[in-house]
Ligand binder design. Structure first.
Ligand code: PEP
Ligand code: MG
Length: 887
C-alpha cells in the first residue's frame, strides 16, 4: 500500500520500514528508537523517488512536506535554516534499500551561503573552519547538483595553494579559504552561467532532486546490474543535522566494524581521522589511523564506541559497519548497516553467531551470499613459488591475482576485452572506476585504507585488492608505475596477494582454494537442511576426487569424449574415425578400450559407494579430426618438397577427403549424441564394455560401484529403447552371470525439446532423466550458444528483450516449463524415476532454487562449485519455506 506521507522524521520510523525509508533511513530511525546519539533528521521516501523518476522533478507538495519537517528540526535544534546567526546545516544523503556503497551522491554542509557562513564562524569562534566547510559545500554541490567536473575545483584549489605557498590543506588559513570560496563562485558562474544559489531552500530542493537523480547515474546502474538490484527499488534521501568532525583536535570521524570484516575475528576494527569531515575516511585521500589508537587519543569516546558496537550487534544480530563523528569530544553515530565482509569473514561470523547462541543454523545458512561462496573458492599464491616481494600494502580483499598493469579503468576494460588478464593499478579508485574494477583480476592502490572505496568495492565483488601501498607513484604521461623503488611500464606484469597485502613483480603461480573448518561447519548445517542431492560433473579421476572432497554425493556427468582428447589418445581416436570399414574401426576401438577402462576404474575408485553417471559419446566426430584449412595448407607445403613428401601427402589427402565427408552444415543438430550410437553401435559397444569391465575389476578390489549409463540427445523413445538394449546386452556379456548384485542404471539426458514433450514414452525405457540444460536452452530458444553470445545476446540483454542470459540462469518460463512438464510426465509413467540436472545451470543460485521447486532429485555442477551448490540447495529449501509458511 502506498504511504500518504512522503517524509518521516527519524523518531517516526523503524527498521521494519526499510523498503520505504531505505537502509540508511530505517537504521537511523531504529537507532533513534534505541536511544543512541543520532543527530536529528528525516527521510524522504523511496515512493517519492519513484515519483521523481516518473516526472523528473520534485513536486511542490513534497517540498512543502520537507520544509514543514525541517521546521520541526529547527525547533528541536534551536538553529534555523538560512539564519545568519544561528544557521542550521544539514547533510543530504542517498540511502537505497539494498546497500550500494559510494554509488550515489552525498552533499554535506548544506545551508551555507555568504551570510550563514559568517554565522557559523561566529557560533564556532572558528572562521577558518567555517570557510573550509563552505568551500567543501560549494564543491560538493557544484559536482553533484550542478554537474561541474571535479577537476575544475581541484585545479582552483591547487592554484590557490600555489599562489599562497601552501603545501597541504592543513596550512591553509581562513583568509585563504575565503579566497578559494570566491574562486569557486566564479567557477560556478563560468560553468553554469548562473551564480551559486544563495537561497538555502533552493539549495535543499535542488540537492534532494540531485540525489534522486543519482539513482540513475552510470555507476549506480552498473552496480545494480552486477548485484541484481531491481531498478524500481529506488533510493530514499536522508536529511540530517550536520555534526562536524573537522572542528579541531577534539573532533574526528571514522568507520567501525563490530568484527574484523576481512578475517571475521571478534574484534573491533576500523579507522578514523582526527579533525576530518565525513567523506575523508572513505575517500582514501588521507591514510587513516587504526581505531585501536583512539583508545589513547580519546579514551572515553573509545569506551562509548565499544558499547555502541556491542549494543548494535546484539540488536541486529549481525556484524555492523558504523560511521561515527566526534564533535568536541561528543560522540554521534551517523549510520549503521550490516557490514560488507569477505567471504571468509562471512562464514566465520555466521558460524560464530550460531556458536554464541544468537542465530539459528538456518538463519546462518540463509545469510551466506552466493557471491561470497564464489570468493571462498579463490586462488592464493603458491607458497612454493619463487617470490619477489617488492612492496607491501594493506590486505584489503583476499585472493591472489596476476596481470598486466592497467593504469586506468578503460585500459583494464580494453585488456579484458582482448582476453588478457589486467591488474588495475591506481593511486586511489573512485566509483566511476567500477567497470574497470569489474574487468580487472585485482586492484592495487597507493592511497586509502581498509575502508577506502577500492577496498569496499573489491571485497563486495570478491576481487583481490591491496590498498594504501606507500611509495607507489604513477606517471600518467610515461604510463609507468614506480613501486618499491622499481619502475614498471604499463603492459608489464605485477601480482598481488590480497590476503597479506604483498605485491610481487611479474606473474606468480597460484594455487587453488581449500575448505576452512568454519566453512565445513556451515556446509554441514546446509546438508542438514537441503533436499537436493549434489553431484558433480567430472571427467577425470582427479576431478572426481576433488568433487568428493568438496562434498559431492555422486558424479552427475562424466563426458567420456574428454577422455579422447589427450595427445597420446587422439591419434588412435582419429584412426578409429577414419577407418575404412567396420572391422577396421572395431580394431582401432579395441585399442581405445583399455584406456577408457582404466579411466573408469580410477573414477569408480574415487567415488567408491557413490553413483557415477557416464555419458556415452556425444559430440560430432569431426571435432576429433584436424581442421580442414590446416590440412589443405600442409598438403600444399608438401607439394613443394616433391617426391620426398609423397606418402605423407597421400595420407593427408585421404584424411582431408574423410574430413570433408564428415562435414555437416549444422553439426550441433547433426550426427551426434545417440544418433552416433545408432549408426556406429561399435563405438558405444566399446564404451559400455569398458564401463562394465572396469566395474568388474573394481568390484574385485572391494570397491562399491554404481554405474549409471547415460544416453545423450535422445529425442524419440525408440532411440533410447534401441540403445538401452545395447547396454543391457553388453552388460550381460561382460558380467556373464557374475556380480548379480551390481546395480546399474540406464537413463537419458533430456536436452532435445521433443524428449521433454514425450517424456512419458521415454520414461518407459529410462531409469533416470538428466536435464542437459545447455542443449535444452539452445534448442528451445533455437540459439546456437556461441553465435548468440558472440552476436546478439548482449544487445538482447541491453534492450531488455531477455531478462538474463539464459545460458547462465535458467529460463524458467520456457526451458523451466519443459523441465516441469517432463518431470510430471516421466513420473506419471515411472514414479521412482530419478531426475536431475547436469547443464551449467546446476551451479547457478536461481536455477538451483528452480530445481528445488521443480522437485528434481539432484543437481550436478563442476567440482569447485559443489560447496556453493550445497549452500544454495539449502537456501532454496529455506526460501520455499518462506514462500509457503507452515500452517
Ligand atoms: C547439456 O547439454 O546441458 C550438457 C550437459 O551436455 P553438453 O554441455 O556436453 O552438451
Ligand atoms: Mg548436451
Amino acid at each position: 500500500m502506498k504511504s500518504a506521507k512522503g517524509v518521516y522524521r527519524f523518531d517516526e520510523g523503524s527498521l521494519s520500514m526499510k523498503a520505504l525509508l531505505g537502509g540508511k533511513g530505517a537504521n537511523l530511525a531504529e537507532m533513534t528508537r534505541l536511544g543512541l546519539p543520532i543527530p536529528a533528521g528525516f527521510t524522504v521516501t523511496t515512493e517519492v523517488c519513484a515519483k521523481y523518476q516518473a516526472s523528473g522533478s520534485l513536486s511542490d507538495e513534497t517540498f512543502e512536506e520537507i520544509c514543514a519537517t525541517l521546521s520541526d528540526l529547527e525547533n528541536k535544534q534551536s538553529a534555523w535554516f538560512g539564519h545568519s546567526d544561528c544557521p542550521l546545516l544539514v547533510s543530504v544523503r542517498s540511502g537505497s534499500v539494498t546497500s550500494m556503497p559510494g554509488m550515489m551522491d552525498t552533499i554535506l554542509n548544506l545551508g551555507l551561503n555568504d551570510f550563514t557562513v559568517q554565522g557559523l564562524a561566529k557560533q564556532t569562534g572558528n572562521e577558518r573552519f567555517a570557510y573550509d566547510c563552505y568551500r567543501r559545500f560549494i564543491q560538493m554541490f557544484g559536482e553533484v547538483v550542478l554537474g561541474i567536473p571535479a577537476l575544475h575545483f581541484d585545479h582552483a584549489l591547487e592554484q590557490m595553494k600555489k599562489d599562497e605557498d601552501c603545501i597541504s590543506d592543513q596550512e591553509v588559513n581562513a583568509e585563504q579559504w575565503k579566497k578559494l570560496v570566491l574562486r569557486y563562485h566564479w567557477l560556478v558562474e563560468a560553468q553554469t552561467g548562473k551564480a551559486f544559489p544563495q537561497d538555502v531552500y533552493v539549495q535543499l530542493r535542488m540537492a534532494v532532486g540531485a540525489v534522486f537523480k543519482s539513482w540513475n547515474n552510470v555507476r549506480a546502474k552498473v552496480y545494480r546490474k552486477l548485484y541484481s538490484i531491481p531498478n524500481e527499488q529506488g533510493t530514499a534521501v536522508t536529511v540530517q543535522t550536520m555534526v562536524f568532525g573537522n572542528r579541531g583536535d577534539d573532533s574526528g570521524t571514522g568507520v567501525l566494524f563490530t568484527r574484523n570484516p576481512s578475517t571475521g575475528d571478534k574484534e573491533i576494527y576500523g579507522e578514523y581521522l582526527m579533525n576530518a569531515q565525513g567523506e575523508d575516511v572513505v575517500a582514501g585521500v588521507r591514510t587513516p589511523r587504526s581505531i585501536i589508537e583512539l583508545k589513547d587519543d580519546l579514551p572515553e569516546i573509545y569506551a562509548q564506541l565499544t558499547a555502541v558496537a556491542e549494543q548494535l550487534e546484539a540488536h541486529y544480530l549481525d556484524m555492523q559497519d558504523i560511521e561515527f563523528t566526534v564533535e568536541n569530544r561528543q560522540l554521534y553515530v551517523l549510520q549503521t548497516r550490516s557490514g560488507k565482509r569477505t567471504a571468509q569473514a562471512a562464514v566465520k561470523i555466521a558460524v560464530a553467531l550460531v556458536d554464541e547462541g544468537l542465530l539459528p543454523k538456518e538463519e546462518a545458512v540463509s545469510r551466506i551470499e552466493a557471491g561470497h561462496l564464489d570468493q571462498l573458492l579463490h586462488r592464493s599464491i603458491d607458497r612454493q613459488a619463487q617470490l619477489q616481494v617488492i612492496a607491501t600494502g594493506l590486505p584489503a580483499s583476499p585472493g591472489a591475482a596476476s596481470g598486466v598493469i592497467a593504469l586506468d579503468a578503460q585500459t583494464a576494460e580494453g585488456l579484458a576485452r582482448e582476453g588478457k588478464k589486467a591488474l588495475l593499478v591506481s593511486l586511489e579508485t573512485s566509483p566511476e572506476d567500477i567497470q574497470g574494477i569489474l574487468a580487472a583480476q585485482g586492484i592495487l592502490t597507493g592511497r586509502g585504507g581498509m575502508t577506502s572505496h577500492a577496498a569496499v568495492v573489491a571485497r563486495g565483488m570478491g576481487k583481490p585488492c591491496v590498498c594504501g601501498c606507500d611509495g607507489l607513484s604513477i606517471d600518467l604521461e610515461q604510463r609507468s608505475v614506480t613501486i618499491g623503488g622499481r619502475t614498471f611500464n604499463e603492459g608489464e606484469s605485477l601480482s598481488i596477494d590480497g590476503a597479506t597485502g604483498q605485491v610481487f613483480s611479474g606473474i606468480v603461480s597460484l594455487t587453488e582454494p581449500e575448505i576452512t573448518p568454519e566453512l565445513l561447519t556451515l556446509l554441514e548445517y546446509a546438508d542438514e537442511i537441503r533436499e537436493l542431492k549434489i553431484y558433480s560433473n567430472a571427467d577425470t579421476p582427479a576431478d572426481a576426487a576433488k568433487a568428493r572432497e568438496w562434498g559431492a554425493e555422486g558424479i552427475g556427468l562424466c563426458r567420456t569424449e574428454h577422455m579422447f582428447f589427450s595427445d597420446s589418445r587422439l591419434p588412435v581416436v582419429q584412426a578409429m574415425i577414419l577407418a575404412g570399414s567396420k572391422e577396421e574401426r572395431i580394431q582401432e576401438l579395441s585399442k581405445i578400450m583399455p584406456m577408457q577402462q582404466a579411466d573408469f576404474e580410477a573414477i569408480f575408485e574415487a567415488m567408491d559407494g557413490l553413483p557415477v553417471t557416464i555419458r556415452l559419446l556425444d559430440p560430432p566426430l569431426h571435432e576429433f579430426l584436424p581442421n580442414q584449412e590446416h590440412l589443405v595448407k600442409q598438403i600444399r607445403e608438401l607439394e613443394t618438397v616433391g617426391a620426398e613428401g609423397e606418402d605423407e601427402r597421400e595420407r593427408l589427402k585421404a584424411t582431408l577427403a574423410k574430413v570433408r565427408t564428415l562435414q555437416e552444415r549444422n553439426p550441433m543438430l547433426g550426427l551426434r549424441g545417440c544418433r552416433l550410437g545408432i549408426l556406429f553401435p561399435e563405438i558405444y559397444d566399446m564404451q559400455i564394455e569398458a564401463i562394465f569391465k572396469a566395474a568388474k575389476a573394481v568390484l574385485g578390489r572391494r570397491i562399491e560401484v554404481r554405474p549409471d549409463i547415460m544416453i545423450p540427445l535422445v529425442g524419440h523413445a525408440n532411440e533410447l529403447q534401441t540403445l538401452r538394449k545395447l547396454v543391457d546386452d553388453v552388460a550381460r556379456q561382460v558380467l556373464f552371470g557374475e556380480h548379480k548384485d551390481l546395480q546399474y542404471k540406464v537413463g537419458t539426458m533430456i536436452e532435445v525439446p521433443r524428449a521433454a514433450i514425450v517424456a512419458d514414452k521415454i520414461a518407459e525405457h529410462a531409469d533416470f532423466f538428466s536435464f542437459g540444460t545447455n542443449d535444452l536452452t539452445q534448442m528451445t530458444f533455437g540459439y546456437s550458444r556461441d553465435d548468440a553470445e558472440e552476436k546478439f545476446l548482449n544487445s538482447y540483454l541491453e534492450q531488455q528483450i531477455l531478462p538474463a542470459n539464459p545460458f547462465q540462469s535458467l529460463d524458467e518460463e520456457g526451458v523451466g516449463e519443459l523441465i516441469q512438464w517432463a518431470v510430471a510426465k516421466g513420473k506419471s509413467k515411472k514414479s521412482f524415476l530419478k531426475t536431475g540436472i547436469c547443464g551449467e545451470h546446476g551451479g547457478d543460485m536461481q536455477s538451483i532454487v528452480f530445481c528445488q521447486q521443480a522437485g528434481l532429485d539432484y543437481i550436478s555442477c563442476s567440482p569447485y562449485r559443489v560447496p556453493y551448490a550445497r549452500i544454495a540447495a539449502a537456501q532454496a529449501v529455506l526460501a520455499s519455506q518462506i514462500a509457503e509458511p507452515q500452517r
